[in-house]
Design a protein around this ligand. Structure first.
Ligand code: HEM
Ligand SMILES: *[C@@H]1O[C@H](CO)[C@@H](O)[C@H](O)[C@H]1NC(C)=O
Ligand SMILES: *[C@@H]1O[C@H](CO)[C@@H](O)[C@H](O)[C@H]1NC(C)=O
Ligand SMILES: *[C@@H]1O[C@H](CO)[C@@H](O)[C@H](O)[C@H]1NC(C)=O
Length: 493
């Protein structure tokens, strides 16, 4: 592929180059939890590129200032470095009254809180959280509306708006509204998770039925922390006041109420300190993607075919595989920059002397990173409404030799996409529908998101054109992850 326009431009660029009163959930009762850990580094990935978890003391004082009760908030919510192993257990409630009584007496004490995750001596071997779909809440007679239309209708009803190809691609268990809840489990080892799952299954007995499950695992060796296409993930989550002690430059700093429900928007009081979880099973066609990059390597004077192919991949994504933003390093990877959390987010798309509405020499408008967070779009300062906390993890195996040799996917793999937000229409669904899937965003002629968009024939030669779906949606569901006090005083009674 000859792209003289970007080549020159790139070379030039390259050369120039809180929430009110605390509901005190009895924390004493949670202290008996066993077993405990000695080092929380065992539990989460320890990656240079990503900021470390705050210390408990830093988190507690930040949370106090923001009016948050970390004992009341499920442990999945704070920004985290990424789990090694996870399992998403989707269930239906078979006997609501019995389920509610077990929820109160046996499940609630197992739900991991934010404080527990941050404190080494209370961190469980396997963290367990819980979320309910709209039909799940109704099954338990919780009929008061959470006033989120997307949550109320369920993800399946809105699949066309999310750009999904159709119900035929969906995992059959997601196609409908039969899933009542999800239990995300997280630990270092699969064994630990299976033990926790069988304990929970025997506790809940026939009050629930298992509908579906998906195992997630960080990738092996040096690929740890990278998604299946090979790009470092989890670098640029927002910094939440009250959770992120020491936000690194370039982080989007937001109030907690972008992620946690507050009392605005006619929401019931019990929804406070809960969050909506958007779950998506996104299948990735890795050998096909690699072949596409090799076949369409950008031809830039001075770059080898491999470098041209890597450059195309970086322009599709917006970062090099190392995590280095192409906006800061447009022509070559700079792994040292990518690994430095003080630098790898410290940019926006506005540059003095360059026209932000026409110049894509550093980063194409259609690059995934620029689509899903325009930072400074058209010179307009960044707002904090359309954001979410991403907490996805890769699922299923590495590419096999046969698959690599034939450039064809034969075993499903992808991203178990998870995001938390206080409003689905402002968070995940907005970003997917109004940014990623809007061909005119950030400027007319951009085309779809080059990495996750549907087949796109970009109208601008600068837009990396993608001729096949390398990511397809296999469906998912929306859940409400309540605070612990909401489980204790509303949901389980
Ligand atoms: C299989 C599908 C996907 C893959 C392989 C993927 C990959 C990536 C990668 C490699 C990054 C850069 C790492 C980082 O900045 O943290 C990233 C960032 C991001 N992605 Fe995705 N992503 C996928 C799906 C999605 C979806 C469905 C959405 C939302 C609708 C999304 C929203 C974001 C956001 C908001 C960022 C951070 C942008 C920033 O802060 O600059 N991603 N993604
Ligand atoms: C839900 O409400 C109905 C009608 O009041 C009642 O018959 C049923 O037992 C309730 N179910 C649960 C699980 O509380
Ligand atoms: C966790 O997994 C490790 C390694 O498989 C094992 O040694 C340990 O006993 C497990 N702990 C629990 C509580 O399952
Ligand atoms: C990361 O970047 C910062 C800011 O430029 C610099 O002060 C720091 O020394 C760098 N860290 C490493 C490990 O290079």
């Amino acid at each position: 592929m000859k792209l003289a326009i970007i080549s020159t431009a790139i070379l030039l660029a390259g050369l120039a180059s809180a929430l009110g009163s605390h509901q005190d959930y009895p924390s004493a009762r949670r202290e008996h939890l066993k077993p405990r850990r000695k080092h929380y580094q065992l539990f989460v990935l320890d990656l240079n590129a990503q900021p470390h978890l705050p210390t408990l003391q830093a988190a507690i004082s930040a949370a106090e200032e923001a009016g948050l009760n970390l004992d009341n908030i499920q442990g999945n919510l704070p920004p985290r470095i990424g789990m090694k192993k996870e399992l998403f257990y989707f269930f239906g409630i078979a006997h609501p009254a019995d389920f509610k009584s077990k929820l109160a007496t046996q499940i609630l004490p197992l739900i991991t809180t934010t404080t527990q995750l941050l404190r080494v001596d209370t961190q469980p071997i396997t963290a367990i959280n819980i979320g309910f779909s709209q039909t799940g809440l109704i099954a338990m007679n919780i009929t008061e509306s959470l006033n989120d239309p997307l949550f109320s209708q369920g993800q399946f009803a809105g699949l066309k708006d999310l750009g999904d190809r159709g119900p035929a691609d969906w995992v059959p268990e997601f196609a409908g509204t039969t899933i009542h809840g999800v239990l995300p489990f997280a630990s270092d080892t699969e064994d630990n998770i299976s033990n926790a799952v069988s304990n929970l299954e025997s506790t809940l007995g026939d009050t629930i039925t298992k509908i579906y499950s998906l195992k997630g695992a960080s990738r092996p060796g040096s690929e740890e922390g990278h998604e299946h296409f090979g790009f470092q993930d989890g670098i640029s989550n927002p910094a939440i006041i009250g959770f992120t002690a020491d936000p690194k430059p370039g982080k989007l700093i937001t109030d907690p109420d972008a992620i946690l429900l507050n009392l605005g928007r006619c929401r019931p009081a019990w929804s406070k300190e809960g969050s909506f979880l958007a779950f998506r099973q996104l299948k990735q066609f890795v050998p096909e993607f690699n072949k596409y990059l090799a076949d369409n390597a950008l031809e830039v004077p001075g770059l080898s075919a491999q470098q041209g192919s890597d450059l195309l991949g970086a322009r599709v994504t917006g970062r090099w595989k190392s995590g280095t933003p192409i906006d800061l390093s447009p022509l070559f990877d700079d792994p040292e920059l990518g690994a430095n959390a003080s630098r790898n987010n410290d940019f926006n798309y506005a540059h003095p002397g360059e026209n932000i509405r026409t110049d894509q020499s550093r980063c194409p408008f259609g690059a995934h990173l620029r689509k899903v967070r325009p930072r400074a779009a058209g010179g307009i300062p960044e707002e904090t409404v359309n954001t979410m906390m991403r907490a996805g993890i890769p699922y299923r195996p590495e590419v096999g030799e046969d698959e690599a040799a034939s450039d064809t996917t034969s075993v499903e793999r992808g991203l178990a996409f998870v995001s938390y937000q206080s409003d689905l229409s402002a968070g995940f669904a907005f970003i997917q529908q109004h940014w990623s899937d809007d061909e005119a965003f950030p400027i007319p002629g951009t085309g779809l998101d080059a990495l996750i968009g549907r087949p796109s024939f970009g109208k601008d030669p600068n837009t990396p054109r993608v001729f096949a779906d390398f990511v397809i949606s296999r469906g998912g569901e929306y859940f409400f992850t309540p605070s612990l006090s909401a489980i204790a005083t509303i949901i389980s009674v």
